[in-house]
Design a protein around this ligand. Structure first.
Ligand SMILES: NC(=O)c1ccc[n+]([C@@H]2O[C@H](COP(=O)([O-])OP(=O)(O)OC[C@H]3O[C@@H](n4cnc5c(N)ncnc54)[C@H](OP(=O)(O)O)[C@@H]3O)[C@@H](O)[C@H]2O)c1
Length: 329
């Protein structure tokens, strides 16, 4: 028997999350059938499952913006039975049933073959967070910013996107400075950050232009911290903005842009073009080596039944890094 997490809404608009058994996924949902082995909890999944933000477009829905598993039936010659596949974004877990299930139907246009040599668990430790981190790093390297240009600042540095960005950038030879919390700082350092600045310090009021410190930055938190990052980025630098963990607002002036030529690069992983995804995943596969020991407390493996509890913990800051869902558990 298959099982999935199903989100429904009660008459008062409260989101309810329940693991239920089911026979077969709805056949209208795609031309591939997947036996899902692993998924993950991303920040957006936590908001959806707890109902803290209106992520789900219509109920009932299976959450999970990431999924990885094996093709068990296919109406598209690009994928054969037995192929290992991963899918991230495209509205999975928002508009379409997502990966928090042991079996799903999927549109083949949303699927990618797993990079050769990559385990399903690794693909889902990375997932949307890893894909987004790689897009941020690519924005920096495509701009021609090399390790000798100076340190790179990463905010939310112990989180999914931030932590992976720290690990990739430090492996590429950049000096990485983390913006983190008391609990997150040791993890950010274990992933490769040379030092940590506390969030409160970065969220303090800033002048339109501050001392130039960072060759580039990866910002996963938005709000006041992003405003200060822009004011502290060096002439010609780039800030890749992908998240809003501290807030959706942004208070800045045009000064960093018109006097220092700073680029603010917006990063979206959900609708990133299908044609470019394989290349990004290949780069991710060679840039981020997962050795279970090396990830330590930054990765937690859970069962499907534990998803609601861990979504709550993630939003309360009680769990750091990546939460991997093992659907075989
Ligand atoms: N653009 C895209 O395509 C895309 C894709 C994936 C994620 N995102 C967004 O990126 C953000 C991070 O996602 P994630 O999956 O990495 O989440 P996550 O694992 O929960 O990490 C977020 C991190 O942000 C920091 N943080 C939490 N609350 C904060 C606050 N109030 N102020 C400042 N920092 C705070 C924490 O790190 P420290 O304790 O180290 O400070 C936390 O670990 C989210 O906003 C998510 O929606 C966007």
């Amino acid at each position: 028997m298959n099982k999935r997490l199903l989100l429904t809404q009660d008459s008062a608009g409260k989101t309810l999350a329940e693991v239920q058994n089911f026979d077969k996924p709805d056949s209208q949902n795609g031309d591939l059938e997947i036996k899902v082995s692993h998924s993950a909890i991303n920040y957006k999944d936590a908001l959806a499952v707890t109902g803290k933000a209106p992520i789900i477009r219509s109920f009932p829905l299976v959450p999970g913006i990431d999924a990885c598993g094996e093709v068990i039936s296919s109406d598209n010659p690009k994928f054969k039975v037995g192929d290992k596949l991963l899918a991230t974004g495209w509205g999975l877990g928002e508009k379409h049933n997502g990966g928090h299930t042991t079996q799903m139907r999927l549109k083949s246009t949303y699927g990618l073959h797993l990079p050769s040599g990559m385990e399903a668990s690794t693909a889902m430790i990375l997932g949307t967070a890893g894909f987004t981190a790689m897009l941020c790093v690519k924005a920096i390297t495509d701009k021609g910013i090399q390790p000798d240009a100076g340190p790179i600042l990463v905010s939310g540095a112990s989180g999914g996107v931030g932590g992976i960005a720290v690990k990739i950038l430090s492996a590429k030879g950049y000096e990485v400075v983390a913006v983190s919390s008391e609990q997150g700082a040791p993890l950010a350092k274990s992933l490769g950050a040379s030092k940590c600045i506390m969030r409160d310090e970065m969220a303090a009021e800033n002048k339109p232009l501050e001392e130039q410190k960072w060759a580039a930055a990866v910002d996963t938190v938005g709000g006041k911290i992003l405003g200060r990052i822009l004011a502290e980025t060096k002439y010609g630098g780039l800030v890749a903005a992908c998240g809003l963990a501290s807030g959706a607002g942004l208070s800045t002036t045009v000064m960093p842009f018109i006097l220092r030529g700073i680029t603010l690069a917006g990063i979206d992983s959900v609708y990133y073009p299908a044609g470019g995804r394989e290349e990004v995943w290949q780069e991710l596969s060679s840039s981020f080596k997962v050795d279970a020991a090396g990830l330590g407390d930054w990765m937690t493996e859970i069962s499907l039944e534990q998803v609601p509890e861990y979504c709550d913990k993630l939003l309360k800051g009680e769990v750091k890094g990546k939460v991997l869902i093992n659907l075989q558990k």
